[in-house]
Design a protein around this ligand. Structure first.
Ligand code: APR
Length: 284
């Protein structure tokens, strides 16, 4: 890896070691090394099929209009992301689990619906756009595993959509375009973005809202910092509470807007384990 990248990996290790409340935010870029395509990268599914993206924007409308038809279509169409059941976590996910086990990473907020962070062992996890492997009642918000309801049986018996005990309609836990972020995920994510003093943003193009608001929220949280001038005077300055670090294959609007303090440009499957190794080296 280039000198610059190695220096930034060392800097990130130091920053993470010093942090009191570090959190990570992840996007599809963290799962591409597990064989799951991202959306807007060079081979992303929106990059290669604009029709698929247009259709994805209509999914939530379709659900509201006709939940039965939404389920009929969902049960017939395989996931755009491929066979998620078979996908396995990659070194990116494992590195974040290690940072959690070291007590360094306090929370992980992911946009991914592939369940790989959970599969890798992350505990303090918010699935901001829901999970492909879960169901959610739109009325009471309760979630269940996708295998807890025999959807195929309901389809054959013409009893779709599945109904919750509370009487509400059950949909996939996946948050579709235009659908509100479930209030539990939205609230906890905002709390974490506000209270963190380090935000490690991995594998996201940071163009989808409201998720992309979280780094901007963290940047708004200012704290007073005392600095000593040459003449020995103490100066109190307002500085952002959080150090924001991006690990991504390409710059993003966060990089351009100076929201992130620095971008470590590279593959998360290399950079994140590199940061963990550096931290272990410091501990020795
Ligand atoms: N290492 C580092 N960065 C990577 C890697 C990798 N191995 N692979 C891809 N990337 C980068 C891409 O260059 C891109 O900048 O990760 C980013 C992925 O961006 P998107 O494909 O836009 O994915 P994401 O940001 O998660 O999309 C957000 O959009 O379609 C909706 O709901 C969907 O959750 C998704 C949301």
């Amino acid at each position: 890896m280039g000198l610059e990248k190695n220096d930034l990996i060392k800097r990130a290790a130091e920053d993470l070691k010093k942090a009191k409340h570090a959190i990570a935010l992840t996007g599809a870029g963290i799962s591409t090394e597990s064989g799951i395509p991202d959306f807007r990268g060079p081979f992303g599914i929106w990059t290669t099929d604009h029709g698929a993206e247009r259709r994805a924007y209509q999914t939530y409308e379709k659900f509201l209009e006709d939940p039965r038809r939404y389920w009929e279509e969902r049960l017939n169409a395989p996931s755009l992301l491929g066979d998620l059941e078979k996908a396995e976590p990659n070194p990116s996910h494992t590195a974040l689990v290690e940072l959690e086990k070291m007590g360094i990473l306090k929370y992980l907020i992911t946009q991914n619906i592939d369940g790989l962070h959970e599969k890798a062992g992350s505990r303090n996890l918010i699935e901001y756009h829901g999970s492909y492997f879960k169901l959610r009642c739109v009325k009471c918000g309760s979630r269940s595993g996708i295998k807890e309801i025999d959807l195929e049986k309901l389809r054959i018996e013409e009893k779709l959509p599945p109904l919750c005990r509370c009487g509400g309609v059950i949909k996939s836990d996946v948050v579709h375009f235009g659908e509100p972020i479930p209030i539990d995920a939205a609230r906890r994510s905002q709390e974490e973005a506000w209270r963190c003093d380090l935000m490690l943003i991995c594998g996201t193009s940071a163009v989808v809202y409201p998720f992309a608001q979280l780094p901007r929220l963290a940047k708004k949280h200012l704290v007073e910092k005392e600095t000593k001038t040459e003449s020995g005077l103490y100066l109190v300055k307002q500085v952002p509470a959080a150090t924001i670090i991006e690990v991504n294959a390409e710059p993003t609007p966060l990089t351009e807007a100076g929201i992130s303090d620095y971008l470590i440009r590279g593959k998360t499957g290399e950079v994140l384990p590199g940061i963990v190794q550096e931290i272990k080296g410091i501990q020795r």
